[in-house]
Ligand binder design. Structure first.
Ligand code: TYD
Length: 138
């Protein structure tokens, strides 16, 4: 599953007046976009995330500044650094994620495949491990 998550380079229209990047759901990223949210005014050094989603697909872009995303599929971990507006990280369902190393002024935009639903979250790491190892969190 960790291999399903990947950095995706986006179209970039370079222009002396300022560069432009665009994202089409189902084209540049492998899901339709139902929600957009962003983290901003993040104090340098702050940590976010530390949960998984049962069904949600997400695509994360550093719109300004930089931060890291650590993905964990229950077996392996991988750290990605995001620091450009023309690529982002696709996160598939059932992936524990933590965001850290925020630069001051860092802005994190997330495109998501569904509206907000607390039922879709797994906020307990032990429960996440139990579910990915196939015993349904019992
Ligand atoms: P959460 O996803 O836990 O934050 P992060 O993982 O980035 O640290 O969300 C923080 C709070 O915001 C939580 O109370 C739920 C709420 N929230 C919404 O109401 N709608 C949303 O789309 C999101 C992402 C969060």
């Amino acid at each position: 599953p960790l291999n399903d998550c990947r950095l995706i380079e986006l179209p970039k229209i370079t222009d002396p007046r300022g560069n432009l990047t665009f994202i089409e759901g189902g084209n540049h990223i492998p899901f339709d976009i139902k929600r957009v949210y962003y983290l901003y005014d993040v104090p340098g050094g702050s940590d976010r995330g530390a949960h998984a989603h049962k069904n949600l697909h997400q695509f994360v872009v550093a719109m300004s500044g930089s931060f890291d995303i650590v993905l964990d599929d229950g077996e392996r971990q991988r750290r990605f650094q995001l620091n450009r507006s023309y690529y982002g990280l696709y996160i598939c369902p059932m992936m524990w994620r933590k965001l850290d190393n925020f630069s001051s002024g860092g802005v994190c935009m997330v495109l998501a495949s569904a509206p907000y639903s607390e039922d879709d979250y797994i906020r307990d790491h032990d429960e996440f491990i139990a579910r990915v190892r196939g015993n349904g969190g019992q």
